[in-house]
Write a protein that binds this ligand. Structure first.
Ligand code: ZN
Length: 240
């Protein structure tokens, strides 16, 4: 079971379109955890066979989604009313947040538990107060790979590992082909807001050689014509 997810993280539209086009070309299903609405996000929403939209609530101080957990969840669900899955921005989580998610929203799957390169992962039913949330641990993230002691962009061995294999990419790191945070930090200094970055800005900063885009391309090529959305893993046979 391999699933590809993307944290939109306020990426510029051209970066969302770039990753979406690669997925489209290879007919690979994916789940996008959305932080805002934009024309590129509308294009994703229009392709329901291929793409699932989930929420990416930001519970950190200064969040543009709201100043309380309730306000953050309400804003995210207003943005993506059809969402049934989530990954929290910065992986902020607590029993209180999960209680609120289960009581206040139709979200039934959470993908906020990162266990890098862990094998034999399986979905887990988190049950409290008569409610249940399926927790789907994920095992690879582009930004965490960048910060690891020895980043490896050869994902082929991971694709063959046993168990649930959920990959997390960020459209801006796919566009930059990031292999470390240097180009991304320099880009952020150059532009007023990340969403305002243009393809020209990003191309000038893009990394050449193995990086996030080459890993993304490899996963997409492997999944050609297939891939699972988070909803497929949650609703499909064998899940709790
Ligand atoms: Zn995020």
């Amino acid at each position: 079971m391999i699933a590809l997810t993307l944290d939109v993280d306020w990426a510029p539209d051209f970066a969302i379109d770039l990753a979406a086009q690669t997925l489209r070309e290879h007919q690979v299903r994916a789940t996008w955890f959305v932080t805002h609405r934009s024309p590129a996000v509308e294009r994703l929403a229009a392709e329901q066979d291929l793409f699932e939209l989930g929420i990416h609530p930001n519970f950190l101080p200064g969040s543009s989604h709201g100043s309380t957990p309730e306000a953050v969840l309400d804003a995210c669900m207003a943005m993506v009313p059809e969402a049934r899955s989530m990954r929290t921005h910065g992986l902020v989580q607590s029993t209180g947040i999960f209680d609120l998610v289960m009581a206040r929203t139709p979200i039934r799957a959470d993908v906020s538990l990162l266990l890098p390169r862990a094998r034999h992962l399986t979905p887990h039913a988190w049950r409290r107060g008569g409610r249940s949330l399926t927790r789907l641990p994920y095992f690879w993230a582009d930004d965490v790979e960048m910060e690891s002691a020895r980043p490896s962009w050869d994902v082929a061995p991971l694709l063959e590992a046993p168990g649930l294999k959920i990959f997390a990419f960020h459209p801006i790191h796919v566009a930059l082909n990031s292999a470390d945070f240097g180009p991304y930090e320099r880009l952020k200094c150059e532009v007023e807001s990340l969403r305002g970055a243009t393809a020209r800005h990003v191309e000038a900063r893009a990394h050449h050689g193995p990086g996030t885009r080459s890993a993304f391309t490899e996963v997409v090529a492997h999944l050609r014509g297939a891939g699972r959305k988070i909803a497929d893993l949650h609703d499909g046979p064998g899940t709790p």
